[in-house]
Design a protein. Structure first.
Length: 364
């Protein structure tokens, strides 16, 4: 069973700490996606699992065995890199089977296994070609086949699709997910692309500045972000955010003086400053002159084909309203909107952490 246990792992380069006491448990068979902006430590964490980077403190265990001191080849992992890392002078078949050759696998056995793996990833007809004769998607399949032939417990993917065009990325996402289901191993995939993350992951790990911000299913993280960072990073467009002052349970006031009702069970202290968040698709457009409506000054409307995004200003902050296809407003200067109380998220203005319901509001 290829479980991965990461306990209080840190990593520094000189005096600069890039991973801060990370804890993460990954179960056998899961497809985990580590998501975050450039420089957040996600690739470093992946390389520490692989053994390509030493950890400064903490513990990494694979299948119950601590691997801190083990060489990469002894960890039962196979890694697929962003730049494919193929040998240009070797054929596709030679690239795929290179690790077996080094291990002393007999030529006939090696040829059989190379053919089997190549057929799985759709490269059976390309075994005699060189990497330079392949498309980007085909080269990435070679890299995956080379990882598969080792029959690893764990597949590690370090932003493998970032060099591909948009159409190929969609195709390769489907292939990687199918491959995971077929092989039944554990996969850890690093990306900064939230579409890749949301479509591939059983669970998402959102990282920021060397720390884990939140772990959960894509649905959990989208609908219940643990922090303002997660709310802003997950979602395209991101969550709208406005500063507000809590008047009493269930009622806040925006900087303009407009009052907004929110879930009264949220543990927001009267008199405190908060950030109020709402997803663009949750904003309701109301009839002109409606009581309590907020006015968005429109700047432009973005056409997406499947829908529309109206961009404007509300409370001097960038604000987006999402519309289904064919329902976008015609030329106008303003939109009047309201916020359903059940769609509002509150975040602590100082820490950025999500404000949760009061303990006594949970069902017993």
């Amino acid at each position: 069973m290829a479980d991965i246990s990461i306990q209080k792992v840190t990593k520094s380069y000189g005096r600069t700490q890039v991973v801060h006491g990370v804890d993460l448990e990954i179960s056998h068979g899961e497809f985990i996606v580590i998501l975050g902006p450039s420089g957040c430590g996600k690739s470093t964490l992946l390389r520490m699992i692989a053994g390509l980077e030493a950890i400064n403190s903490g513990k990494i265990a694979i299948a119950g065995r601590v691997v801190n001191e083990l060489e990469p080849r002894d960890r039962g992992c196979a890694m697929v890199f962003q730049n494919y890392a193929l040998y240009p002078h070797m054929t596709v078949g030679e690239n795929i089977g290179y690790s077996l050759k080094v291990a002393g696998c007999p030529k006939a056995e090696r040829a059989r296994r190379v053919a089997d793996v190549a057929n799985i990833v759709g490269l059976g007809e390309f075994l005699d070609r060189k990497p330079g004769q392949l498309s980007g998607g085909q080269r990435q399949r070679v890299a995956m086949a080379r990882a598969m032939i080792k029959e690893p417990q764990i597949f590690l993917f370090d932003e493998p699709l970032s060099n591909l065009d948009a159409k190929l990325r969609v195709q390769m996402r489907i292939e990687i997910r199918r491959l995971h289901q077929r092989l039944g191993g554990t996969s850890v995939f690093v990306t900064h692309d939230q579409v890749e993350a949301m479509t591939l992951a059983d669970r998402l790990v959102v990282m920021n500045a060397g720390r884990i911000e939140q772990v959960g299913t894509p649905r959990e993280i989208y609908h219940h972000p643990a922090s303002l960072f997660v709310a802003d990073f997950i979602g395209s467009p991101p969550m709208n955010a406005l500063r507000a002052h809590v008047l009493r349970p269930g009622l806040a006031k925006l900087q303009s003086g407009a009052e907004i009702h929110f879930d009264p069970t949220l543990d927001a202290t009267p008199g405190s400053e908060v950030t109020l968040g709402i997803r663009p698709e949750e904003v309701e457009v109301v009839a002109p002159g409606s009581e309590g409506a907020l006015i968005v000054s429109l700047e432009f409307i973005e056409e997406l084909g499947s829908g529309h995004l109206a961009h404007g200003l509300l409370e001097d902050a960038h604000f987006v309203v999402a519309f289904a296809a064919g329902t976008a407003p015609r030329k106008c200067e303003t939109l009047e909107v309201s916020f359903p109380s059940t769609s509002i998220h509150l975040f602590n203005a100082e820490t950025g952490l999500r404000i949760l319901p009061k303990l006594d509001s949970y069902p017993r």
